[in-house]
Ligand binder design. Structure first.
Ligand SMILES: [Fe+2]
Ligand SMILES: [Fe+2]
Length: 278
């Protein structure tokens, strides 16, 4: 049976008046009588302040999905587990690994904060669901598992490594995407799209052949994209049956502007405090 879907953006690089902006991401997903957080912001204080401003009671959340292990998506883990000690958490087994962004030979730790890692290490093991393939969370909510990388022009989107010496590239294969199935089509929720937004949407089409994509919401991580990648990405996106684009977080200014140029009647910019109903 289909269920209505409500999405509230609780952390983003932009914010509505009365909400706090940060370089982070969190969505509240209400569907199938569930209230799930998809990512939990960079800063727990931002998550709690924006939830309060949106009238969202975080103690009523009944699931947390981590789209991947970057710091800007995982900061709220300790505060959520404190508010809901029995909270089920869904993440890839690799989400806790150390990872770095390295520019000019200076490594920046972009792993999840140690407090978040510690909270995951000490939560009840039976509530930690390690996801390494597609997982049906409820009748209409599907968690992707790793997305196959098929386009030759999409990379992870930055100088990401698993070590401080830049010897081992981070494939970001811990990334998960959430698909919400409605009668008229699919809503795709993505954290940073390190798998490539085109790869993600091609996988969605394979999973739900012939279905419309009602909306794509999240960080599309085109902030470092070359001209060639941008051109090839938009060439591919133009051919997809997407009704609404909601670029957020790490999409990047130039790419966000390109969405408005390419799809003027189909784009709605993300900002903390905004919500959508399907
Ligand atoms: Fe991010
Ligand atoms: Fe990321």
């Amino acid at each position: 049976m289909y269920s209505p879907l409500r999405i509230v953006l609780l952390s983003d690089n932009q914010a509505e008046s009365g909400f706090v902006a940060e370089h982070g991401f969190a969505l509240l997903i209400e569907m199938d009588h569930r209230r799930i957080l998809f990512d939990c912001a960079k800063d727990a204080c931002v998550l709690t302040a924006n939830a309060a401003a949106a009238g969202v009671d975080l103690s009523g959340v009944d699931g947390l999905i981590l789209s991947h292990g970057h710091y800007d998506h995982t900061g709220g883990i300790p505060c959520l587990l404190e508010a809901v000690p029995s909270l089920p958490v869904y993440c890839h087994p690799g989400v806790r690994q150390m990872r770095y962004s390295i520019r000019d030979a200076s490594p920046k730790d972009i792993s999840m904060p140690s407090g978040s890692r510690c909270a995951l290490d000490h939560m009840p093991a039976e509530n930690l669901h390690l996801v390494d393939g597609p997982l049906q969370l409820s009748e209409n909510l599907l968690l992707s598992g790793p997305i196959p990388r098929q386009t030759e022009y999409e990379d992870t989107g930055g100088p990401f490594y698993l070590d401080t010496g830049a010897l081992q590239a981070d494939p970001l294969n811990d990334e998960l995407v959430l698909l919400c199935r409605l009668e008229e089509g699919i809503v795709v929720c993505t954290g940073c799209s390190h798998s490539g937004i085109v790869n993600i949407l091609h996988w969605t089409q394979k999973r739900f052949p012939g279905q419309n994509i009602l909306a794509v919401i999240g960080g599309f991580h085109l902030c470092n994209a070359s001209e060639e990648r941008m051109r090839k990405t938009f060439d591919a996106l133009r051919n997809l049956p997407v009704r609404q684009w909601i670029p957020c977080h790490c999409t990047g200014q130039a790419a966000s502007a390109a969405f408005f140029r390419e799809f003027p009647d189909k784009v709605c910019a993300g900002a903390a405090g905004r919500s959508w109903e399907f």
